[in-house]
Structures are given as structure tokens and as C-alpha cells.
Design a protein around this ligand. Structure first.
Ligand code: 5AD
Ligand code: FES
Length: 345
């Protein structure tokens, strides 16, 4: 087993059977060995620096109905909101003062915002904060739309592939959504020149270890700049309300494996990871993650951006989370830095 981890460390890739062997058979000692290797690689590229991204959840309207997600259109109990341009700029101002140099604009697939509206948001943020990076996370769009956003100054784009297996994709999404289109979007974004992030949920319903290996192989082939993985957590108002959550252990193991596959990737210790375990984000960093993404949304809307139940930090102000995270990172020997945190090509 240790030889396999050494092979992954030195060559940054394994075969299907080898990944499967690790996932199915790794023991506690070897897991620690894997985390040490992953930390070593992170340390080589980022030292003790942890990059922060200020997340602005600007709309929870969504036309889609992904079976796992609490803000799908089918959830008529969701309390819907949209932030206007002034609200968004005010989040940016708060964020800037706190030391954020990347803003992540995330929302459901909300038809209310035209491409021009998104372009205006990007343009105004870039005018006010020219030293900051903008990451978009607004779902599947056409090549032309992505190009407009890029031309307006957006730097990065997050679009998790969710699962790289066609059959599994169909079990998580209604028929109008396809893995083919999702992958096309990812390739379009990369071609246009965005720093692109993809990823998947760990322990989503019907996921097998073989599916996870397909995710790893897809990630290696696509070679993203960022990889976001977090545990699936059920939401009470969705089709998957009664399903079990993904595990902390498997999520950490996969963070470490992905760090060894893509040494320079930007990998967040996600809020979902912090939700299933009170030390989840710290453990994520110690397994090779190097990014945290605290919330900059106004506290008045935070509970409404409910992708899954019991999400942390919905009652805290942005400043409280910044200080909290800064302390948490210092306790484990890392530091939040004031930096855009771009991918180092
Ligand atoms: N549990 C965990 N993660 C979720 N996401 C959506 N719903 C859930 C859930 N119930 C993730 C998806 C999406 C990202 C924004 O949040 O992977 O891409
Ligand atoms: Fe939000 Fe700790 S990060 S309260």
C-alpha cells in the first residue's frame, strides 16, 4: 500500500485498479502516511499560506432540480432572494477590508440575470477592486456567454462535474441535464482562458467506489486549476432527504489523493466538510487542502442559501468568520494570507 502512495507521490497518477485498491483497503497508519505526503506537497507549493475566497451567494433562485440540492426549483418552501448590484458591491467592500482578494459570485441558474447583468456586476467589481480576482459559479451557459464574462474581467469559474459516470449522473439529476453538456461547459471555460474548478460530492446517493475512481480519472484528464470536493449532506426538502451523508474519512482521503495527483491545484477545505465535523476544515488542510471559502453574503440571506441542512456560519458576520478561520488555521500552523491566490502556472 505504501508503495502505491509513493508511486502516486512521484508520478502523480495511478491506474484504475490501483486507485480502487487504495480506496477499498487503506488502513489508519497508511492513511496518516498519505496525509503526510499530501501535506508535504502542499508545503512545497504554498508553504503555510492558506488562500481565502469571499463567497457571495447572490441568488438562490434556480431553474434546475438536481435531486440533492435544497434550492432546486421544486422546493416551493425555499425562501427565495436576490442581491442587487449595490448589495453585492457592499459585500465586496466588507470583504476587501477584511483582506479578501478573491470574490466568488455564486448563485442558482437564475434566468432573472441576463448575460449583460452579470457583465455589469463583473465590470463594477473590477472597477472598484482592480486588484481582486473574480470567480463565477453560475452554472451551465453557452460558450458565447462564458466568453462575455471572461472579456468583462472574470478570472475563474467553478463548475463541479458532480459525477463522471453517466448512469450515476442520471440518478442525481433530471433528464434535461446531462454529463456531456456539463463536461462541454468545462472544456469551453478552459479554452476561453478561465482558471477552472471542478469537483464532486463524496458519498452522494448511489455513488460507488468505482464511480469515485472515474471522478479521479476525469479530474486527472481535465487537469483543472481548482478541485472542490465535499461530503454530500441531505437536505430535508429534497428527494434525497432520507439518504445518508458522505463521510469525513473518505472526503479527507480523496483530498489527499487529489493533492498528490495535482500538486499545484487549489483545493478548498469546504464548508460542507466543516458542517459534518467541527474540525472538518482543519482536517481538510492537514490532508492537503490549501484554500478556505468563508461567506461574505449578508447574514439576512445566509440561511436561505441552503443547499444542504445544518450549514455552518449562517449566523455569523463576515468578520467573525474571518477571525474564526484565522485562529483555526493558526492553531494548526497555517496562516490566512491577503492574496488573490491565483493558480501558479
Ligand atoms: N450536499 C453537499 N453538497 C451539495 N451541493 C449541492 N447540494 C449539496 C448537498 N446536498 C454542492 C454541489 C454543487 C455545489 C455548489 O454544492 O456539488 O456543485
Ligand atoms: Fe464562520 Fe467559524 S468560520 S464562525
Amino acid at each position: 500500500m505504501k508503495q502505491l502512495i509513493d508511486k502516486l507521490y512521484t508520478t502523480n497518477r495511478l491506474d484504475t485498479d490501483e486507485y480502487l485498491h487504495i480506496l477499498n483497503n487503506i488502513d489508519a497508519d497508511t492513511t496518516q502516511y498519505l496525509f503526510e505526503k499530501a501535506r508535504l506537497v502542499s508545503m512545497q507549493h504554498f508553504g503555510t499560506d492558506i488562500y481565502t475566497r469571499g463567497l457571495i451567494e447572490f441568488t438562490n433562485y434556480c431553474k434546475n432540480n438536481c435531486y440533492y440540492c435544497g434550492i432546486g426549483a421544486a422546493n416551493t418552501n425555499a425562501d427565495r432572494y436576490r442581491l442587487d448590484l449595490e448589495d453585492i458591491l457592499s459585500c465586496c467592500e466588507t470583504g476587501y477590508e477584511l483582506g479578501f482578494r478573491t470574490y466568488v459570485l455564486q448563485g442558482g441558474e437564475d434566468k432573472h440575470y441576463s448575460d449583460d447583468d452579470i457583465v455589469e456586476i463583473i465590470t463594477r467589481i473590477k472597477q472598484g477592486y482592480p486588484d481582486c480576482a473574480i470567480t463565477l459559479s453560475v452554472g451551465e451557459k453557452s460558450y458565447a456567454s462564458y466568453q462575455k464574462f471572461f472579456n468583462a474581467g472574470a478570472d475563474r469559474y467553478l463548475l463541479r462535474h458532480e459525477t463522471a459516470n453517466e448512469e450515476h449522473y442520471k440518478k442525481l439529476h433530471p433528464l434535461n441535464l446531462s454529463l456531456t453538456n456539463r463536461k462541454q461547459c468545462l472544456y469551453d471555460l478552459k479554452e476561453i482562458g478561465f482558471q477552472v474548478g471542478t469537483g464532486f460530492m463524496v458519498g452522494s446517493p448511489y455513488q460507488t467506489m468505482e464511480n469515485i475512481v472515474e471522478d479521479l480519472l476525469f479530474i486527472k484528464e481535465f487537469n483543472p486549476h481548482m478541485v472542490g470536493i465535499g461530503p454530500f449532506i441531505p437536505h430535508s426538502e429534497t428527494k434525497f432527504a432520507k439518504e445518508a451523508a458522505g463521510s469525513l474519512e473518505l472526503t479527507l482521503l480523496l483530498i489527499a489523493v487529489i493533492r498528490l495527483m495535482l500538486p499545484k491545484a487549489l483545493i478548498p477545505a469546504t464548508t460542507a466538510l466543516g458542517t459534518i465535523n467541527s474540525q472538518g476544515r482543519e482536517k481538510g488542510i492537514l490532508a492537503g487542502a490549501n484554500v478556505v471559502m468563508p461567506n461574505l453574503s449578508p447574514v439576512s440571506v445566509r440561511k436561505k442559501y441552503s443547499l444542504y441542512d445544518n450549514k455552518i456560519c449562517t449566523g455569523e458576520e463576515a468578520a467573525e468568520c474571518r477571525f474564526c478561520l484565522s485562529n483555526r488555521m493558526q492553531k494548526i500552523g497555517y496562516n490566512l494570507v491577503v492574496d488573490r491566490g491565483d493558480y501558479k502556472f
